[in-house]
Design a protein around this ligand. Sequence first.
Ligand code: PAF
Length: 276
Amino acid sequence: MDIISTIPELRARLAQEARIAFVPTMGNLHAGHISLVNLAQQRGNCVVSSIFVNPLQFAPNEDLASYPRTLQADCEKLQEIGCDVVFTPDETALYPQPQDVLIALPEIADQLSGAVRLGHFHGVATVVLKLFNIVRPQVAVFGQKDFQQWHIIRHMVEQLALPIEILKGETVREQDGLAMSSRNSYLKPAERMEAPRLYKALQQVVQAVQGGRHDFAAMEAQTTQTLTQLGWQVDYVAVRSANTLQTPRDHDRDLVVLSSAKLGKTRLIDNIVFAV
Ligand code: PAF
């Protein structure tokens, strides 16, 4: 596996590759990331993963400084599963000047997690587009856990006519249902015990909708209230169309229920895509 940290070296390494599958990450890799790399391996001849904690997608009050950085262990994991190239730029390699060209996004980027994390998706879309321009993949893989991110990237790729197929890798869960996330390591023991409840709460919403309920606002409010009573600070619980991320209309059959909520200082997100 080649570990490369500059753009010219990466471009030279990839120049002859015909079908690149790309998995962008912020490192601190867990089984969820590994499953994305495995999916990429099925779809490309050369799998490139990037590890870069992108300052542009963190608001000033967020965990940029404390975000877990485990570069050596990450590279060992990628090597073990046969990743071909890992791109590990530092901040000056990716942002040699302050990045004042940013991607403008539709309103959905300022809703749901975008309303809680101001500017987050603009930072994500900008770094992803920049990484796409550097790596020039044919395929790129994003995790379903970040459903809104996947939706926005797919929309950006479509609107900018980028010749890249965007794949969605399934959420990998701990045995008790908690979605794997680098931020799970922030949870205190009691919070870790409570954390799987978010997924269970979403499962209950799915069951209710599939059982015929359509009063989405009432269900969202009930779930928020239940979680709040159990000590969660709920950012949102939302049932949306899985295709548009807008409030479902009568004919929508593919739905997603999404939530973001904090336990103590740790913000967790999760979602379930389902059909009615
Ligand atoms: O999902 C992530 O880890 C990040 O948002 C991404 C896509 C690597 C961009 O920094």
